[in-house]
Ligand binder design. Sequence first.
Ligand SMILES: [Zn+2]
Length: 228
Amino acid sequence: MYYIFNQKKIFMYFLETEQYQHLEKELLEIIHLFHSRGWSMATSTNYSFRNPSPNETTYTISRSGVDKLQFKKDDFMLIDAEGVALPIHQNIKSSAETLLHTYLYENLATQCVLHTHSKSSTIYSLIHQKDKVVKITGFELLKGIRNVGSHEAEIKIPIFQNSQDMKQLVREITAYYDRNPETYGFLLAGHGLYAWGNSIAEAKRHTETFEFLFDCLLDIYKMQKTKD
Ligand SMILES: [Zn+2]
C-alpha cells in the first residue's frame, strides 16, 4: 500500500517535469495533425512514447476511446512494460493494442510508436494482404526512412492479418522482426499502419513517408485498373 502511494507521488512529480511535458506536447500536436489528415477517425488509433530518464521502462500511451480531435494531455496514461496501467492511472483503460506498442519498445529500442488508420493504408493493406511483404522502390520520398539515401533503394513492409488476439499477433510480429529489425513499420490488413522511430520526430517522419507512399501506390493501382 505504502509502495503504491509512494509510486503515485513519484509519477505525479515526474509528469510535471519540463522534459516530460515537452514530449507530451510534441505527441499531442502530432495526434491533432494526424486527425486533421483523416488518419484517426471515429476514436481509432493510438500513440505512445518511451518515458524519459529515470523511467525509461515505462511508457506514455493514448487512452482508449477518445476522439482524437478533442484529445488532450489528460487523455494520456502511463503503462509498464507489460502494458499494465501504473498506479497513477490504474482506473483508466488503455487500447487493446497496447501490447503491440510494448513489444516494439521492449524489442526494437524504439522511442515512439504511432498507429494510424488512414484510408490509403487500410485499402492498400487489403489489396496486398496475400503478398505478406511488399517491396517499394523508385520514390524520392523513400529517403524519409532511416538510413535510406536514394530513390533507388528498396524497402520492405510486412502485412500481417488483422486480429483481435494481440498475443498471437505479437508472436507473428516477433517472428518477422527477429529476422528484419531494420524495418520501421508494418501494416495490419484492412486496419492500418504502425510506424516507429528513435524519437517522436523520426516516428512522425516514418509515418508520413509510409502514408505518402501508400497514397501514391494506390493511385497508380487505380490508374492501371482503369487502363485494363
Ligand atoms: Zn488500430
